[in-house]
Write a protein that binds this ligand. Sequence first.
Ligand SMILES: Nc1ncnc2c1ncn2[C@@H]1O[C@H](COP(=O)(O)OP(=O)(O)OP(=O)(O)O)[C@@H](O)[C@H]1O
Length: 244
Amino acid sequence: MIEIVGLHKSFGETKVLTGINLAVPAGSTCVILGGSGSGKTVLMKHMIGLLKPDQGQVIIDGEDLVPMGAEELERVRRKFGMVFQAAALFDSMDVYENVAFPLREHSRMPEEEVRALVRSKLDLMGLPKSVESKFPADLSGGMRKRVGLARAIVMNPKIVLYDEPTTGLDPITTDYVDEMILAAQRELGITSVVISHDIASAFNIADQIAFLSKGVILEQGPPEQVRASQHPTVKIFLETWFGK
Ligand SMILES: Nc1ncnc2c1ncn2[C@@H]1O[C@H](COP(=O)(O)OP(=O)(O)OP(=O)(O)O)[C@@H](O)[C@H]1O
């Protein structure tokens, strides 16, 4: 579903990505794990065509985004749902309107259909009907994330990009959000890319982990392979969670 080939990106003199190769099969979850400033966000921005590389290809569902103009990119971006670090809900809209928002933006759907879709996605996220009329300010951090996730999947996207979905959550709530990410993958066949520095969460949800450091993928594969990495930088990073 996603294939990144020989990707290079610099800003001025600063080389941020140097030769990234990554393939994410349809229906799988890939976690891009790495420390602050390693280039995770820059890599993710290339996946939706917000940044153009200096060199390399970004193939989404069979199409290279790199040569595309604005209109074509817009068409490809409809395949994506996004979940941001801060849930990025609209504070002035209740939960129902927040989740319905992409449907209203992109289609003139009868209200009964909007209602059915909103409810089915909130159901999938384990959010009861009573939540629909609440405003973001009245929800816990974990609930806001789940509403953000319901909104990201309401258009039935093929791919969801998660930008640090569990940052700032306690371990129990993190587990719950992880479960929701897996539920979206399982029930809707979504391909997920998660950028994270949360090691526990990465090992919970990933089919594949790509460990990024200073713009290079140092280790890439199933969690058990990354766990067994002998690369010193990967080992030090993982020891912060698994212990020495
Ligand atoms: N538009 C830009 N112009 C110049 N430099 C940039 C730009 N965007 C990112 N960078 C630089 O690229 C490097 C990687 O940034 P990036 O945001 O991808 O890191 P990250 O791995 O997502 O970090 P974090 O976990 O802290 O969010 C940083 O040194 C950053 O300053």
